[in-house]
Design a protein. Structure first.
Length: 195
C-alpha cells in the first residue's frame, strides 16, 4: 500500500490525519498558514471550497512533486457559520442553538499534483438533524466528549450521535472531515496505489 507519488495532507487536523491513515500507510503532513476568515457575504459551501483550494495550493508550493490534499469543513445553521467553540460554555451554547435544528456540514476537498495537472475538487454536504436538547444534556455531552475543536460542537465518530435524530450524507466519513469514498478515487486518478 502507498506506492506511487508521495502524498501530502495540507491540514493540521488530527481527525483528517486519522482518516487518511485508513487509506494510506505513508503520507506527510503540512500545516498551511491560511486565513480562514470568510469573505463578505461568502456562502458556507463556497468558503469551504475556497479554503480547501488555498490549503492545497500552499501544500503544493511546499512539495511540488507530491499529490497534495487540501480540505476544509464549514458548519452552518442556515446562513450562520458555526465555528469551533474553544470553550465548554461556548460549546454548550452552540449545541443549544442547534437543538431541534438541521445543521449543514460542508466538507470540501481539493487534490493537486503531481505536476501542473488540473485540480480535482469535491464538496460533500452532510445534513445533521439535532434532537431537542436541554442545557443539562448539552453540558453532560460536552464534558464527556470535549468537542471544543469541532465545528458544531460535536463528534459524530464518538458520543455525538446521541445528540442527533438523523444524519443525511453520501459519505459517512465526510462529517468527520474528509470524504474518503471520493478521495480514494481521486488518489487512484493521481497514480497513488490504495490497495
Amino acid at each position: 500500500m502507498g506506492h506511487g507519488p508521495a502524498v501530502l495532507l495540507a491540514s493540521q487536523s488530527p481527525y483528517r490525519r486519522e482518516l487518511l491513515g485508513r487509506l494510506l500507510d505513508t503520507f506527510e503532513c503540512f500545516t498551511p498558514d491560511a486565513d480562514e476568515s470568510p469573505l463578505p457575504a461568502e456562502p458556507p459551501e463556497q468558503l469551504a471550497q475556497r479554503l480547501a483550494r488555498l490549503k492545497a495550493g500552499a501544500g503544493a508550493a511546499n512539495a511540488p512533486g507530491a499529490v497534495v490534499i487540501g480540505s476544509d469543513q464549514v458548519a452552518a445553521l442556515g446562513t450562520q457559520l458555526l465555528g469551533k467553540p474553544g470553550s465548554v460554555d461556548r460549546a454548550v451554547s452552540q449545541l443549544l442553538q442547534c437543538s431541534g435544528q438541521v445543521v449543514a456540514f460542508h466538507t470540501a476537498v481539493c487534490v493537486l499534483g503531481p505536476g501542473s495537472g488540473d485540480q480535482l475538487e469535491h464538496l460533500d454536504t452532510t445534513r445533521v438533524r439535532f434532537r431537542n436538547l436541554s442545557e443539562a444534556d448539552a453540558r453532560r455531552y460536552v464534558e464527556a466528549d470535549q468537542p471544543l475543536d469541532c465545528a458544531g460542537s460535536f463528534k459524530a465518530e464518538r458520543r455525538g450521535v446521541i445528540l442527533l435524530e438523523s444524519i443525511d450524507s453520501r459519505d459517512p466519513t465526510a462529517i468527520q472531515g474528509l470524504p474518503l469514498i471520493w478521495l480514494a478515487d481521486a488518489l487512484r486518478q493521481r497514480g497513488v496505489q490504495i490497495i
